[in-house]
Design a protein around this ligand. Structure first.
Ligand SMILES: NC(=O)c1ccc[n+]([C@@H]2O[C@H](COP(=O)([O-])OP(=O)(O)OC[C@H]3O[C@@H](n4cnc5c(N)ncnc54)[C@H](OP(=O)(O)O)[C@@H]3O)[C@@H](O)[C@H]2O)c1
Length: 327
């Protein structure tokens, strides 16, 4: 197939491009030509800016476009309209952040409360990210109908993850000593390995699938304790975990999800202390999950090769020590 990827060189798009190339597809990448320009030497490369010059997309036709870098409805409308009639299918990478609350258990596909929000700004920030993705989904459905595929991933993890959320805990295990472990050990956590997501996205496109799908880890979900213990085992680390309660973390204003990755205090809105999504619809369409050990060991391999990195998530040594002393 001829596939056009809007993005394709940082993390998810990079793995999608890799999966597509590995499966023998003919890949075109559209981006600004700023990130990892050395990748995919054999792919066709179109240079432009989603917030500016789109002229490189004026010509050409593809079997499908995979929009990994669309964050706002106007960005997505511009490319979706421009490509209409020249691509058979439009896949948008959305997010489970389109779900507003998780009070009734894992989120299932369907109409989200956020759909009703009228966002006047297109500035992407923590609060507007979900609503803007939701509105971008609506644009793709309006223009592509039965040829629109909307994928809503949970936390995406694995090699080249720029967010450091999963990577932090793997790294922390490797450091050894006494490590803070957040919230309740039995709290369920969920993610999707970027390779599983990418391979499945290509599989869905090959099968001309449409519709909206959550894409996040399946049954049974690991607990936070299982995740940390597996990281310890895979890293062969001499680490001891000390569990610090929601109360202590909240009292000392520990930052959910970024300062303390994979932790949210249990509230009415988040009774599971996490954003859990039901991925059974995607599983019915072939989404599979590699073993946790494999995701951790590949993340570790990548982490150990990484140089000059400024951490994007996780506790500093001092902060961790202070929180442990307050416990
Ligand atoms: N991380 C998570 O846990 C998570 C969870 C749920 C959903 N998601 C979604 O997953 C996607 C993640 O994307 P990714 O960053 O990993 O994708 P990616 O396709 O690997 O990287 C982003 C690409 O977009 C290009 N780009 C950035 N700004 C651009 C612009 N203004 N015009 C044209 N190209 C531009 C970059 O290249 P240049 O810099 O060279 O332009 C790069 O190729 C997002 O849609 C996100 O909402 C992420």
């Amino acid at each position: 197939m001829k596939l056009l990827i809007l993005g394709g060189t940082k993390f998810l798009g990079r793995h999608i491009a890799e999966s597509a190339v590995n499966k023998g597809h003919n890949v075109t990448l559209f981006n600004r030509g700023q990130t990892n320009t050395n990748l995919f030497a054999d792919a066709e490369k179109l240079t432009g800016d989603r917030n500016g010059d789109l002229s490189a997309l004026e010509k050409g036709s593809w079997d499908a476009v995979i929009d990994v870098s669309g964050y706002t409805p106007s960005q997505v409308r511009k490319t979706a309209e421009m490509l209409k009639g020249r691509v058979k299918q439009y896949t948008l990478i959305s997010t489970i952040s389109v779900y507003e609350d998780y009070a009734n258990g894992p989120a299932v596909e369907g109409v989200t409360k956020l759909a009703e929000l009228q966002e006047e700004t297109e500035e992407v920030n923590g609060a507007s990210y979900g609503p803007l993705k939701q509105q971008s989904e609506e644009v793709v459905k309006e223009l592509y109908g039965d040829h629109a595929l909307i994928i809503r991933p949970g936390l995406i993890v694995g090699p080249h993850d720029p967010t450091d959320r999963f990577t932090y805990w793997v790294w922390r295990a490797q450091q050894g000593g006494t490590a803070l472990a957040p919230g309740k050990p039995e709290r369920k956590v969920q993610w999707i390995d970027v390779r599983d997501l990418s391979e499945w996205a290509i599989h869905m496109i090959e099968n001309h699938e449409s519709g909206t799908y959550n894409a996040a880890g399946g049954d049974p979900l690991p607990t936070m304790e299982k995740y940390l213990d597996t990281a310890k085992k895979v890293a062969n680390a001499d680490v001891t975990y000390q569990w610090v309660s929601d109360n202590v973390l909240t009292k000392h204003e520990a930052g959910p999800f970024v300062e303390v990755p994979f932790w949210l205090p249990v509230t009415e809105q988040y009774p599971d202390g996490f954003l859990l999504a039901d991925a059974s619809k995607a599983v019915d369409k072939g989404l599979t999950f590699r073993p946790l050990e494999e995701t951790i060991s590949d993340t570790l391999l990548w982490l150990n090769e990484r140089k000059d990195h400024e951490w994007q998530a996780g506790l500093s040594k001092d902060r961790e020590r202070k929180l442990l002393n307050e416990n």
